[in-house]
Ligand binder design. Structure first.
Ligand SMILES: [Ca+2]
Ligand SMILES: [Ca+2]
Length: 244
């Protein structure tokens, strides 16, 4: 497993050069995408709790309010449920607005779907992190029959982030295949800039993200206000030098 990364403040107006911010990895440029940094692991409950604490201490998230429903407090839907709330597990029950607000608080942003795709599938467009052969023991997934979760991979529900050593992308990003699905920035359908839905990528520990269904090409979409105990997110930032 990977230790929960510390929080980092990144000035979005400044080019980010050199080594990636701690807790993030660099994905090199491949036109039309520039180089970008991406969280190595899904945003954890520990980090999200720091965002909630900042809100309670008066942090004004005015910069992330465009289009946001009025009065949101950004508290996840399952804060009182011990199955999901260990500090090292991915935060779940957060809607798209929550995810975007958290990213803005860190000085980061949500991933474009194309960036998620590049980070996960690498230069060869692989369907699974290790290639093409299904490996049911290698990632945290569910099953397509009741009770919908599958503990045979070592985890019935969400796993501590980075618990599946082989769910590792060519660039060193963990759990893009499984654990929780992840909000992306993009509206869906893409031709509608203010589309009714937002793109969700990856599979998760629950239900239809069964081992036979889940691969890195999996895309779903949900209304931006949707919350799920199988849905979280991670953050990204431009790597200002656009180096190859
Ligand atoms: Ca599982
Ligand atoms: Ca994931």
């Amino acid at each position: 497993m990977v230790e929960t990364p510390p929080i980092h403040e990144v000035d979005p107006g400044a080019p980010v050069l050199g080594a990636p911010p701690e807790g993030m990895v660099l994905v090199p440029a491949r036109p039309p995408l520039g180089a970008f940094y991406i969280d190595e692991v899904e945003v954890t409950n520990a980090l999200y709790a720091r965002f909630l604490a900042a809100l309670e201490s008066g942090y004004d998230h005015v910069g992330c309010r465009e289009g946001e429903p009025v009065g949101k407090d950004h508290r996840g839907a399952f804060l009182g449920d011990d199955r999901w709330n260990a500090p090292d597990r991915p935060v779940v029950g957060v809607d798209w607005w929550d995810a975007r607000a958290y990213a803005a608080w860190r000085g980061l942003r949500l991933l474009l779907e194309a960036e998620w795709e590049r980070a996960a599938r690498g230069d060869d467009g692989r369907s699974l992190p290790w290639g093409t052969d299904p490996r049911p023991d290698a990632w945290n997934h569910g099953q397509d029959a009741s009770p919908w979760f599958d503990p045979s991979d070592g985890h019935a529900y969400t796993a501590p982030v980075g618990s599946s050593p082989d769910d590792l992308s060519p660039f060193g990003v963990r759990d893009l295949l499984g654990n929780v699905r992840e909000w992306c920035a993009d509206p869906w359908p893409p031709e509608a800039p203010e589309g009714r839905f937002r793109v969700v990528r990856g599979a998760a520990w629950y239900w239809y993200d069964a081992v036979g269904e889940g691969d890195l090409g999996r895309r779903t979409w949900l209304r931006p206000g949707a919350r799920s105990f199988a849905l979280g997110f991670r953050c990204a930032a431009d790597a200002g030098d656009r180096r190859p």
